[in-house]
Unconditional design. Structure first.
Length: 322
């Protein structure tokens, strides 16, 4: 059972990038600075032992937020704090955080054998004493993710995409991680392999008490994995809540349009409203609600005033007409 205490608190996190031309070019052209707001004031909590998923179209800021959580990207404003947890040995410490990357073909060193890839964090963190204990632990980790201990002697190019992602998961678990940030971990895999990896991750969560921050644009995958969901659009959350509530009773028009893209075997010929337009540029976002140029329910109020994220039936929604 999941611990209800939050393991991660994110409060008003922002990430801005200066994408301006060189100062001399700006001066000659009389052009202002150009600031890209990848993440714009996001707040949420992740409960220990649960999966918090962030969904949205490409370019909405999901991956930037994931990199901020693991420390690969410094936030421009706001705070990201992990709560101390009690370990099995009785020690109280900050949770260990690791990331599973999107592309299993690019995230593994092709010149290293799998055994060395998985053993590297064990050696760097000095989790075990002696090489024999390290090799034994590597074999256990490979077996945990459904691979053979003999695979430690092979190179990444000898494996399929799904097997490579299993190696990535084993490498993350080698640190004795408590919190895993999963940045679209199945998007580069075939559908049948996606199901295997997702089932593996669910099983590991139940056995090891892991906490996931899951990033995806695939709502079918998110429904299978999530306890809580946040729908992200142009750097902001537009709807949050328990997974079943978001899927059964979406409040925001963007969430409803995303759900319309999921095939329904029971209703293959149902009327669906296609998503219009493209995601606006985060360098020059629309006035008011950023979604209003594409929203079928937009009104003059939406173009003039940005809606705040407010409580709504067990979750939150940012919409004037929810």
């Amino acid at each position: 059972m999941a611990d209800q205490a939050p393991i991660l608190r994110v409060d008003g996190a922002e990430c801005r990038f200066d994408v301006s031309a060189h100062w001399l070019s700006r001066m000659l052209a009389g052009a202002p600075r150009r600031i890209l707001r990848a993440v714009a004031g996001v707040s949420f909590e992740v409960r220990r032992g649960t999966t918090f998923s962030i969904v949205g179209e490409s370019g909405c800021g999901k991956s930037t937020l994931a990199r901020m959580v693991v420390g690969l990207q410094r936030p421009t404003a706001g705070s990201i704090r992990f709560s101390d947890i009690a370990r099995p040995d009785g020690a109280v410490a900050r949770p260990r955080v690791q990331m599973i990357f999107q592309d299993p073909y690019a995230s593994l060193n092709p010149r290293w054998r799998v055994g060395d890839i998985v053993a590297e964090p064990i050696r760097e963190l000095r989790l075990l004493q002696g090489e024999s204990e390290t090799r034994e632990r590597v074999g256990e980790l490979l077996a945990t993710v459904g691979l053979s201990q003999r695979d430690a002697a092979r190179y990444p190019h000898e494996f399929s995409g799904g097997q490579r992602q299993r190696i990535s998961i084993a490498r993350a678990l080698a640190t004795e991680a408590d919190f895993l940030v999963c940045d679209e971990p199945t998007s580069a895999l075939d559908v049948s392999v996606q199901a295997q990896i997702l089932n593996l991750m669910r099983g590991l969560q139940e056995r090891l008490g892991l906490t996931y921050l899951f990033i995806s644009h695939n709502l079918a995958v998110v429904r299978h994995m999530s306890d809580d969901i946040a729908v992200m659009y142009l750097g902001r959350f537009v709807e949050t809540g328990p997974a079943e509530r978001v899927f059964s009773a979406p409040r925001h028009p963007y969430t409803r349009l995303l759900l319309d893209t999921i095939p329904d075997v029971a209703r293959p010929n149902r009327a669906r409203r296609p998503m219009a337009g493209e995601v606006p540029s985060p360098i020059a976002p629309p006035s008011g609600c950023a979604f209003h140029p594409r929203c079928p329910s937009a009104s003059p109020l939406c173009a003039a005033t940005a809606p705040a994220l407010r409580a709504a039936e067990g979750g939150e929604v940012a919409c004037h007409h929810a």
